[in-house]
Design a protein around this ligand. Structure first.
Ligand code: NIG
Ligand code: FE
Length: 390
């Protein structure tokens, strides 16, 4: 198989603490990476790189692992510009806005929905995202949820069943009936097309008991839990996520000390979604408090037409550094290795032998520039599974 070396990398983020400067980022200066097929086969100092068939000179630029965006909602139609406009004029964000997107999504064809996913994925790829998770949740009928998952599955393996996004408008007077649907016929139709099950555990969506019933039903069908938890208010979501060994508790904006302790001690990753706080003008989640408690923190876009219409991981990194108490090193780790942890994956989010060859070449000498130069398109090349895709 052909081998290709990327040499003279000014600063390489490996996310292997045994390499380079010994920090969690495992930074190597003047580094090289060798790719064979879809894998990384060698990482080290440029001067020690083995002979390869092809050589590409990074010419003093930085390389980081491809971003792992572990939380998005891309199967949707329509947009919610007016709602955003109203929020920026003082209206609060409410879970009920989701109904607008449900109506537009139900009315769209499969082709329209799939083209929409492809469009936002292409956008994300240009900004360095090489793995992404995405969810259903804008269909809320058996057919529309299963269709959303089938469409998502054409674009990624990380597919999440979110029939429990809000109570379907068709069940406005019978929320218990909707939970029966989500845990019964809808789950049966959706489980074959998903890896994960999620629930929006929040006032105006699903309470702790309903969320528990939904997640345990999913577990029984072989889906692993992740939870939209503690986004708009304090609540039981985070504790439930940790108790059920969910891969991730997402949002984590309103946390008690007990919530922070639980995340610090359990295996559940705290996934922070700064695009949502930005676009809803909400209080920032306190990443520093979680990191100091020993929690594993991931950063993701939450890309969706309501609360966070950004596909940009670099934007989320910059917000996390500026407003959530993260250092640039921590934010880059969380957007790559942290996202991999939130998807319980070990083959991505690192640049070490055996990992999938997902790399981002930055038009900058260091990963710190992603926060230092916010809004600047610094991604100059992207490899996914060893193929140059940007
Ligand atoms: O993660 N919180 C629930 N779901 C999305 C918002 C979806 C929407 O507003 O359409 C979120 O923020
Ligand atoms: Fe979300």
């Amino acid at each position: 198989m052909t081998t290709t070396a990327l040499t003279h990398i000014a600063s390489l983020v490996t996310n292997d603490p045994s390499l380079g400067n010994g920090t969690p980022l495992g930074l190597i200066q003047d580094a090289a990476v060798v790719i064979e097929g879809d894998r990384i086969v060698w990482t080290g100092e440029s001067s020690k790189a083995p002979a390869t068939d092809n050589v590409l000179d990074a010419a003093g630029r930085a390389v980081i692992p491809g971003f792992v965006d572990s939380h998005s909602h891309l199967v949707f139609a329509g947009d919610r510009t007016q709602e955003f406009n109203a929020r920026m004029s003082g209206q609060p964000y409410r879970a009920g806005g989701i109904r607008t997107t449900v109506a537009a999504t139900r009315a769209a064809t499969d082709e329209e929905l799939s083209a929409n996913v492809a469009r936002y994925l292409a956008e994300a790829l240009r900004q360095g995202t090489t793995t992404f998770e995405t969810k259903s949740g804008y269909g809320l009928t058996v057919e529309d949820e299963a269709r959303a998952l089938r469409i998502a599955g054409r674009h990624t393996d990380e597919v999440t069943y979110l029939g429990a996004h809000i109570v379907s408008p068709d069940y406005a007077d019978d929320p218990a009936g909707y939970v029966d649907l989500v845990t019964g016929p809808m789950l049966e139709a959706c489980a074959p097309h998903a890896r994960w099950i999620d629930v929006f555990c929040e006032q105006g969506a699903f309470d702790g008991d309903q969320a528990r019933a939904i997640l345990t039903a999913g577990l029984a069908e072989g889906l692993h839990p992740r939870v939209h938890a503690n986004q708009l208010s304090y609540g039981p979501g985070v504790q439930l996520a940790v108790e059920l060994d969910a891969a991730s508790a997402d949002h984590c904006t309103h946390l008690t000390d007990a919530d922070v302790d639980a995340l610090g001690q359990g295996n559940t990753v705290a996934t922070l979604l700064p695009g949502a706080e930005f676009s809803t003008r909400a209080t920032w989640p306190d990443a520093r408090r979680l990191l100091d408690a020993g929690a594993t923190v991931a950063l993701s876009t939450d890309c969706n037409p309501g609360s966070s219409f950004t596909s940009s991981m670099p934007f989320c990194v910059a917000l996390a550094v500026r407003d959530m108490g993260m250092t640039p090193d921590e934010a880059i780790w969380s957007a790559t290795a942290g996202g991999a942890a939130a998807l319980r994956r070990t083959d991505i989010g690192r640049i070490t032998p055996g990992a999938r060859a997902d790399l981002v070449l930055l038009d900058a000498p260091s990963h710190v520039h992603l926060a230092y130069r916010p809004g600047v398109p610094l991604v100059s090349a992207v490899w996914r599974s060893g193929q140059r895709v940007v």
